[in-house]
Design a binder for this molecule. Sequence first.
Ligand code: SF4
Ligand code: F3S
Length: 100
Amino acid sequence: MSFVVTEACVRCKYTDCVEVCPMHCFLEGPEMLVIDADACIDCAMCVPECPVDAIVHESEATPAQAEVVALNARLARAAGWLPITRKKVLAPGPTSTSSS
Ligand code: SF4
Ligand code: F3S
């Protein structure tokens, strides 16, 4: 059993989670991260780090999330999904002009 990244991560990828993982379980793809279940030790340290609550334990996944549990297992072994251990610095948004 392990924790898994759910669809709430898609297009968010805050990446706060990766910095606290002692086992370096996270892999990054184009739109989300996944957890390598073989590396995860169920410590739960990553769970409170995610601002959108995207990380759940697979034993607590809803029936609707069954697919994403399988997706984590599959994508953690997929070509092109690379380990990520450092939080990404998000590109700044459009600069707003200050009114004076
Ligand atoms: Fe890493 Fe612990 Fe989260 Fe598993 S539960 S991904 S070991 S921080
Ligand atoms: Fe995704 Fe949350 Fe981590 S949005 S990258 S699971 S902090």
